[in-house]
Design a protein around this ligand. Structure first.
Ligand code: NAD
Length: 478
């Protein structure tokens, strides 16, 4: 029924046109000169490559991209995606989103993205390794990678393993480069990565939703209680972002009632044991046959079930003109990049759904990548210099209180109080602060600009203003 009532006046756009559409919609709220807006929006460098790899007893020509959307800050930064869907339009869109995302959360990088057209779950590991190493060599040949040039990270279909191959290839071809470890982030901790990077995007999504749900007036409008406690959540995608989001949001008292994967969805009103489901899927390579709850064959349909929060964490264009009217969630957190098309967004907003945009909610990954890059450039683990000193200072303070009061603080309380920050404590604290501050900026901007209407437009406007200011500071645009 609802499909017939709400009709968007927009057609479905390509992914990169969608990002441009969001930019244009926000631009009038930024008070920026047209020439400057054109510069911010334009895509700076596109490197498309084709190279051969041996695949069994045949040779395959691999299509790959690295696109740097903006050089207003250097280095540029963005993940590398392995998927058969990769094409220039997709990588351009993702690179542009990186520019706006970095600016929004004050990560001082320009936006970039890479993509290789390959099915990572079907290709043999040795082919994936050869492709990754060759891709890195191609990037180096054209000066498209380096700690001060362009710094890749994981994205869909890639993870720590691929980042370790990139690092190893880079260090082999650039021996002795002092800051070489900062050429890529999302590395294993043993390869100069940072604690907390693997789960950072999912953790950031939860910090963001926790902040969103803490505003009583916003929750009241949605008919929801304050906080994540008791919220019924649907997650699409049990990969890096979806798994960690689902796992961590349960610790805040939310119930994940659906996990939708590509080959089926698991539904359990009592709440899914995420670690158990994750292990099952790792072993069986499918969610089919999962013994707890119900397995639904219609995985796309599972997104339409009743819930408080829907978290698409798989790919772009999952909520379109075809299914938007049937979505029942009150809040949608875009953990994936571009999961909602602009036409679908019109329908969802008219239904009163609160959409938390991708450029904000999934910025935790690049935020902690920034911390990793800083760690690599400083050549020292966070917390190493001050942890013991902080603990001793706290101990001295407790001793002083005990001497003055004549009372003893119990030993177990002392241990809790004096604990100096480890790397993971500092990373998570920096991440949480980033997500809270950025949301407050977006929400305040939306409140100040009554005509804005939605959080995505506000987020783009805040971001464009920050980029505009960095151009103004350079004196390029009077
Ligand atoms: P991933 O490869 O680790 O996981 C993606 C999961 O989605 C896989 O398990 C896959 O089977 C599943 N999937 C694919 N199509 C599906 C469908 N139609 N329905 C249900 N499930 C489906 O990828 P990821 O790193 O988790 O990235 C997911 C999204 O988050 C992407 O849009 C990516 O750009 C975005 N993102 C990732 C990071 C990061 O740090 N990895 C950071 C920011 C944004």
């Amino acid at each position: 029924m609802a499909d017939k009532i709400i009709k968007p006046n927009l057609k479905e756009l390509s992914f990169s046109d969608s990002v441009s559409y969001y930019f244009d919609r926000a631009a009038p709220f930024t008070n920026s000169p047209k020439g400057l807006l054109d510069q911010i929006k334009a895509c700076n460098s596109i490197y498309k490559m084709n190279f051969p790899v041996k695949w069994g007893n045949r040779v395959e020509v691999i299509e790959a991209y690295r696109i740097q959307h903006s050089h207003h800050r250097m280095p540029t930064k963005g993940g590398i995606r392995y998927s058969l869907q990769v094409d220039q339009d997709e990588v351009m869109a993702l690179a542009a989103l990186m520019t706006y995302k970095c600016a929004l959360v004050d990560v001082p990088f320009g936006g970039a993205k890479g993509g290789i057209k390959i099915a990572p779950r079907k290709a043999p590991v040795e082919v994936l390794e050869n492709v990754t190493r060759r891709y890195t060599a191609e990037l180096l040949k054209k000066n498209f990678i380096g700690p001060g040039i362009d710094v890749p990270a994981p994205d869909y279909g890639t993870g720590e393993r691929e980042m370790a191959w990139i690092l190893d290839t880079y260090m082999t071809l650039r021996p002795g480069e002092l800051d070489g470890y900062a050429c890529v982030t999302g590395k294993p901790v043993s390869q100069n990565g940072i604690h907390g990077r693997t789960e950072a995007t999912g953790r950031g999504v939860v910090y963001a939703l926790n902040e969103v749900c803490s505003h009583e007036d916003d929750m009241k409008k949605l008919g929801l209680s304050v906080g994540l406690e008791g919220k019924r959540v649907i997650v699409q995608g049990l990969g890096n972002v979806g798994y960690h989001t689902a796992r961590i949001i349960r610790k805040y008292g939310a119930k994940v009632i659906v996990v939708a994967e590509s080959d089926g969805a698991v539904y359990d009103e009592k709440g899914i044991d995420i670690e158990h489901l994750y292990k099952y899927r790792q072993e069986k390579k499918t969610v089919k046959g999962y013994p707890k709850g119900k397995v639904l064959a219609d995985t796309a349909g599972a997104l339409e079930l009743d819930c408080d929060i829907l978290i698409p964490a798989a790919l772009e264009r999952q909520l379109t003109i075809k299914n938007a009217a049937r979505i029942k969630a009150k809040i949608i957190g875009e953990a994936a990049n571009g999961p909602i098309t602009p036409a679908a967004e019109q329908i969802l907003l008219k239904k009163g759904i609160l959409i938390i945009p991708d450029i904000y909610i999934n910025a935790g990954g690049v935020t902690v990548s920034y911390f990793e890059w800083l760690k690599n450039l400083s050549h020292v683990k966070f917390g190493r210099m001050q942890k013991r000193f902080e603990e001793q200072t706290q101990r001295n303070f407790i001793k002083l209180v005990e001497d003055f009061t004549g009372k003893h603080v119990p030993r177990n309380r002392i241990q809790q109080i004096i604990h100096g920050a480890d790397e993971i404590d500092l990373v998570n604290s920096g991440l949480e602060d980033t997500m809270i501050e950025a949301y407050r900026d977006i929400r305040a901007f939306k409140k100040r600009n009554k005509g804005i209407g939605d959080l995505r437009t506000a987020a783009f406007a805040v971001s464009i203003n920050k980029i505009r200011d960095s151009y103004f500071a350079m004196g390029i645009f009077p």
